[in-house]
Design a protein around this ligand. Sequence first.
Ligand SMILES: Cc1ncc(COP(=O)(O)O)c(C=O)c1O
Length: 356
Amino acid sequence: MSVPQPPDPIPGARLLFSLDQSVSHLNHGSFGAVPITVQRAQQRLRDEMEANPLRFFTQGLVERIAHTRRHLAGFLGADPDGTALVGNATTGVAVVLQSLGLRPGDEVLTTDHGYGAVDFSVARECRRTGAATRALPVPLTAGDEEVVEIIRAGLRPGRTKLLVVDQLTSATARLFPTAAIVGVAREHGVPVLIDAAHAPGMLPITVASIGADFWVGNLHKWGYAPRGTAALVVAEPWRDRIEPLVVSWEQEAGFPGRVEWQATLDYTSWLAAPAGLYTLRSLGVDRVRAHNAALAAYGQRVVGDALGVARADLPDPGGRRLPCGSFRCRPASPPRSTPPGRSVPGSPNGSPPRWR
Ligand SMILES: Cc1ncc(COP(=O)(O)O)c(C=O)c1O
């Protein structure tokens, strides 16, 4: 059997990051890596802020945030008027949950591929309101149609007040058929929140075409934005009902301003985010995706060889159909071990573990 070879690096790409070169960084997804140009762009904004804080915050910051929001929404294929910048995907989820007005008898439906912190948020909101939460088991081997049917069968119209589904799952790296899921939920009158934490930059997405009631994605992973940059996209009928987590001076401005303005914060990560997209586009978005897909396929062969799995039995790493480097997960058996140093919340019924 031939020794797997990694793809050739993208020329010059390594120099764009300040990553410790003595370490093999295998996980960009959890916290991203901010290119040096973007770090500098943010530092210049911080310098501006520190040179005259009063002017920075009171003269034009709201407009600069709106300008950035329009730029990022354009990249995501989202309606800029329905897009609010938030600090991270977790915050976007919390904003949606606490705006729903859940009551006893209501339920929030999730899947067992969901992200642990999001599950905690759903659980807390349900505890607070007297609603219930239910996680649908989705087998690792389920194809798209099966996933849609599992979800269709799991909806309880009238009672299910929100369905939370990941666009690209974290621990299991599944790409869920979000548009089809939204279609089924809509037939049953159930609103959908898509947790797309990993999608921006990694997948060629047009958020508007998914048709979800709520969609949240991080720019600080594959979009090369400084950490603390995410977008919450809300469908038109819901916008007036969305409340910020913290009420501040833009409360009367309505959505999205009142969600974005969270009092005195460092907003420079948002303002520097377009520099991240610029870096990604300079490298070539499709090129980076193809490279990531090739790297993922290479990693899969290395791990497969180490475990003695025949190449022909390896799951499709997905890169050919989806230039994204994610895996469509078809392992012979569910993952058994937990990465060192991570505690994994309970995984009943052999459901997937939930580390990042
Ligand atoms: C599916 C999913 N949802 C939510 C998050 C949370 O992202 P953040 O920590 O930026 O809020 C992650 C983080 O990796 C994730 O993978």
